[in-house]
Ligand binder design. Structure first.
Ligand SMILES: C[S@@+](CC[C@H](N)C(=O)[O-])C[C@H]1O[C@@H](n2cnc3c(N)ncnc32)[C@H](O)[C@@H]1O
Length: 221
């Protein structure tokens, strides 16, 4: 039986092109979001699907946050140069108490969840009332139809949902969407840099995909 190919985020080619931030936009969108939500020293922040731990380290060093990250992949955790604050866990089963965090970051990960409404319920549970959810991810361009949530493949590109559907799901999950921005230029930039590697990796940008930043605030208790 043929082995499944390694996901892009576990491949050295992506790290060579993107550095420790395995996503379009790197720290630019992280900083945009941290500034928007008014992140100050001492806030308890969790990065969901933390990869190599780059955002956790950034939120600690630049913002003085008490930052933690969950990452289910043993491979990612082993390759992390700065593993401080990283815990092996999935984003839809968080090993933290109710109301433990002031903010959650989920960068280029949400489309990988099998049960997105279930994941949002978990995000809502671990946030304090009024806490912030920062979501950056791929989206399928165009408005949604009544079809399945995603193409069902293994990569972020295969699983991207139309943005209006994700926004509705976030609202239905008990959040108010405060900011929604298009950052597809970052996806095009990363795709172009990957295409120029020796292996010429195609990351799906030409297949009607975009990239967005969403900031939402927890409603209710
Ligand atoms: C594209 S990488 C992004 C990593 C990191 N957020 C970054 O931007 O550098 C996607 C990450 O999501 C993780 N992941 C996949 N399914 C997940 C899940 N259900 N819960 C949390 N993380 C998940 C993968 O292991 C991988 O590290």
């Amino acid at each position: 039986m043929a082995l499944a190919p390694r996901p892009l985020w576990e491949r050295e080619e992506l790290r060579a092109v993107a550095g420790e931030t395995l996503r379009p936009g790197g720290f630019e969108l992280t900083d945009r979001a941290a500034d928007y939500i008014g992140l100050v020293p001492g806030w308890r922040v969790l990065d969901i699907g933390a990869g190599l731990g780059a955002t956790v380290a950034r939120l600690r060093s630049r913002y003085g946050a008490s930052a933690w990250g969950v990452e289910p992949s043993a491979d990612q955790l082993e390759r992390a140069d700065r593993p401080q604050g990283l815990v092996r866990a999935r984003g839809d089963r968080l090993p933290f108490k109710d109301g433990a965090f002031d903010a959650l970051f989920c960068e280029c990960v949400f489309s990988l969840f099998d049960d997105r409404p279930g994941g949002l319920a978990e995000f809502h549970r671990v946030l304090k009332p009024g806490g912030f959810l920062v979501l950056t991810d791929l989206c399928a361009s165009g408005l949604s139809t009544s079809g399945p949530l995603s193409g069902g493949g293994a990569s972020c590109a295969d699983r991207a949902a139309p943005l209006d559907r994700t926004a509705r799901m976030v609202r239905d999950g008990g959040f108010a969407v405060e900011l929604l921005e298009d950052h597809s230029a970052h996806l095009r930039d990363l795709a172009a840099r990957l295409a120029w590697t020796a292996e010429g990796i195609a990351c799906g940008c030409g297949r009607g995909l975009g990239y967005f930043l969403m900031i939402a605030q927890k409603q209710g208790a």
